[in-house]
Design a protein around this ligand. Structure first.
Ligand code: FES
Ligand code: FE2
Length: 374
């Protein structure tokens, strides 16, 4: 496989797509879980998901189920969701609110919301609760997104995302969720990421998108942590919706040029940002198995848009729900084909510059940790 990954890492015109094993093999999946998802900054949600003291969410990352909690001091913290006594999983629910403390359901060890052990019932004399706090993972928030990193030695989030284009004018921290839809996709997470990274498929697969947007523009930028770029709206259309227009006002702070563009970015490994003139669309792809991915799609708008009289997001939500389903069907088709013994890595089209950038990033990340004989 080293030879095939080296072929992916060549310049685009001479490169070949990734080998079959990276889409199908349980060992490769476990390796990715350890060296990519176990070491990178991953977006687990939005700050608005954790509004109150005690609000929590859990997320499976790199084989770990992480617990994110808002403390009494209103700070967010991420913990390994494991009791310091005999290791019971502390919280199973995906989200909710803890009343004042984190209680282990096994022997009732009780932790403060900041992870300190408060009490261990009938502990032996001399037992020191301060010796058994919950193990913490790194957590940082950026633009209202909550990121977690399991690697204590990872660079800070800002350094990891240093070359991402400046998105400050979108005021992402001010946005609020309108809708979230979860999809179960029977395809490898990289197939989903690759599909997000090109619009070569758009004329055939997405007639509603092709009508509104010039699919030959865009997907021309790639950096160390991302790929993507702006795509232009066709004349006569102001947004990506079933009608091609919307009653939502433009996001405050955008330039006249931004009003004609949709910026698409895949932030490695699994966060996809669609920055539209009036709203932001977010996809996160969570690997479940070599051939299964959970995709969470969210629509965000400013609070003022959300609270306006007659606010109705259905035109925009339907557009992307239709587009998402068209994409997942194709991703599942790729998964079935790429799993075949007849699959041989193929060439990239010039419009797939960003697919190649993602695959090259992947090949460069995974090749050094594969056994040399793989
Ligand atoms: S395993 Fe948690 S209290 Fe015993
Ligand atoms: Fe698509």
């Amino acid at each position: 496989m080293q030879r095939e990954l080296a072929a992916t890492a060549r310049p685009l015109a001479a490169a070949r797509t990734l080998p079959r094993r990276v889409y199908t093999d349980a060992e490769v999946f476990a390796l990715e879980s350890r060296v990519l998802f176990g070491r990178m900054w991953l977006c687990v949600g939005r700050e608005e998901d954790l509004p109150e003291v005690g609000s929590f969410l859990t997320q499976e990352i790199g084989g770990e189920k992480i617990l994110v909690v808002r403390g009494e001091d209103r700070a967010l913290r991420a913990f390994f969701n494991v009791c310091r006594h005999r290791g019971a999983r502390l919280v199973e629910e995906p989200c909710g609110r803890l009343r004042g403390a984190i209680g282990c359901p096994y022997h009732a060890w009780t932790y403060a919301l900041d992870g300190r052990l408060l009490c261990a019932p009938r502990a032996a004399p001399g037992f020191r609760t301060e010796d058994y706090p919950l193990a913490q993972a790194r957590l940082e928030a950026l633009g209202g997104f909550v990121f977690v990193n399991l690697d204590a030695n990872a660079p800070a989030l800002g350094a990891a995302l240093a070359d991402l284009p400046d998105l400050a004018r979108y005021q992402l921290a001010e946005l609020r969720r309108v809708r979230a839809i979860e999809y179960a996709v029977a395809a490898n997470w990289k197939v989903v990421a690759e599909n997000y990274s090109e619009c070569y498929h758009c004329p055939l697969v997405h007639p509603q998108l092709h009508r509104i947007s010039d699919v030959t523009s865009g997907f021309a930028q790639a950096g160390a942590c991302f790929n993507g770029g702006p795509m232009r709206l066709r004349a006569g259309f102001t947004t990506m919706s079933m009608s091609g227009t919307t009653a939502f006002p433009p996001l405050p702070g955008l330039t006249a040029e931004d009003h004609r563009l949709v910026h698409y970015y895949l932030v490695y490994p699994n966060l996809m940002l669609g920055l539209h003139p009036q709203y932001v669309l977010v996809h996160r792809a969570w690997p479940l198995a070599p051939d299964r991915t959970r995709v969470v799609c969210e629509w965000l708008v400013p609070q003022a848009t959300l609270s306006a009289d007659g606010f109705d997001p259905s035109d925009v939500v339907e557009f992307w729900d239709v587009t998402n389903r068209q994409d997942w069907a194709l991703c599942e088709r790729v998964q079935r084909g790429a799993a075949s013994a007849g699959y041989v890595p193929g060439p990239y089209h010039p419009a797939e510059l960003c697919v190649h950038a993602f695959d090259k990033w992947y090949a460069d990340s995974i090749a050094p940790v594969l056994a040399p004989t793989s």
